[in-house]
Ligand binder design. Structure first.
Ligand code: ZN
Length: 379
């Protein structure tokens, strides 16, 4: 087994302070062994190792945890983006364009696209990624998407309830029957989570509850897209059902904020979607001040947020959502880990996964201070 010493770290950000070391440790070093953190402390006391990386005074932070992406798809919707920027509003209907292209694509093409996007995300510092289905919307196509996604990450999510597909347009309840029946049975072996797009133009709160309860009964963890386009009781439903995360949370009422602050459900904010649909951003400050747990994720998808860049999301959260740079970094790392109910990522402590980002900067503040600049190297 080879031990690697990462030495002369100017500032180490850990998202932990319960082990006798501060959360932000200047003059630090880390020893990595077998993909895990074996030692962490002040550089002056670092043990010997087989190999050494000199951080040269730069900042090291935990790898980004992107807890919300839709990477299994085909096609291109840049024309839709261009039209939207020229004034057409965003609706959930554009998803059907991607569904048609995805159904027509080969396994090889879908996997090549998703693999390329996971690699792009990793170059940007994402070391843990969740991937949803949701562009197949038949039993076979959803199972295929999850089978392919499971080759790239253990964090796979059945989103059969993304939109009602065209062939069920006049029978949405029949489609929900399909999702909670044969689709769930075929997909559960390849999925860790189940999710529903509960919003205007997608699924109702009652339909979402039915699908989430069925998913829970099949052994899947719960996530929910809610309150992206309008306030919705679905946020409180997610908290009541013990969902790991409710995602978007752009339009919250006070009762939603109170429920999130009092429960175990993470509010996952997706500012790439607001950016790409030119919509008002969620109020992260309000959630944080109430005591809620906030995650930031990319929502990478071809329609409403085609970015894998978590640094970009951090910059948006600081500029537009009232978060401090430290809060935004926490949300993009430990927040994402909480949204996936993981304690081995998003944190730098002994025994955690050695997912370290070396920033070409003396401080994490530069992630927001220098937007659009590639500062990140995955160690
Ligand atoms: Zn999404």
């Amino acid at each position: 087994m080879t031990a690697t010493l990462v030495d002369r770290i100017g500032l180490l950000v850990r998202n932990a302070d319960d082990d006798g070391l501060p959360d932000e440790l200047p003059g630090a070093a880390v020893v990595i062994e077998d993909g895990r953190i074996a030692w962490i402390g002040r550089a002056a006391g670092a043990p010997d190792a087989d190999a050494r990386i000199d951080a040269d005074g730069r900042c090291v932070v935990p790898g980004f945890v992107d807890s919300h992406t839709h990477l299994v798809f085909a096609g291109d919707r840049s024309a839709e983006f261009e039209a939207r920027m020229a004034g057409r509003p965003y609706t959930a209907g554009g998803i059907r364009t991607t569904v048609a292209a995805t159904r027509a694509a080969s396994d090889e093409a879908l996997l090549a696209r998703a693999t390329g996007l996971v690699a792009e995300a990793r170059r940007g510092g994402t070391t843990t990624i969740e991937i949803k289905s949701g562009y197949g919307l038949t039993v076979e196509d959803e199972a295929r998407a999850l089978r392919l996604a499971a080759t790239l990450t253990p964090e796979t999510t059945l989103l059969g309830a993304h939109v009602v597909p065209p062939e069920h347009a006049h029978d949405p309840e029949g489609y929900v029957d399909l999702v909670v029946g044969p689709m769930l049975t075929a997909c559960a072996p390849h999925a860790r989570w189940i999710d529903v797009f509960c919003d205007r133009g997608a699924f109702t709160v009652d339909q979402a509850e039915r699908i989430l309860v069925a998913g829970r009964d099949a052994g899947l963890g719960l996530r929910l897209h809610a309150a992206q386009l309008a306030p919705s009781p679905a946020v409180r439903l997610a908290v009541e059902l013990g969902a790991a995360s409710v995602d978007h949370c752009t339009h919250l009422e006070q009762a939603d904020v109170d429920a999130l602050a009092g429960g175990t459900t993470v509010a996952t904010l997706l500012p790439g979607a607001e950016f790409s649909t030119r919509s008002p951003y969620p109020d992260a400050r309000r959630l944080l001040d109430a005591g809620g747990t906030v995650a930031l994720a990319s929502d990478c998808n071809p329609g409403s947020s085609f970015t894998t860049s978590m640094s970009f999301c951090i910059a948006l959260a600081v500029r537009e959502m009232g978060m401090t740079p430290r809060e935004a970094l926490h949300a993009a790392t430990a927040g994402g880990a909480a949204a996936l109910r993981r304690d081995d990522v998003g944190v730098l402590r002994i025994g955690a996964r050695a997912d370290l980002l070396l920033l070409d900067a003396p401080s994490y503040v530069h992630l927001a201070y220098r937007p659009g600049v590639p500062l990140v190297t995955v160690l």
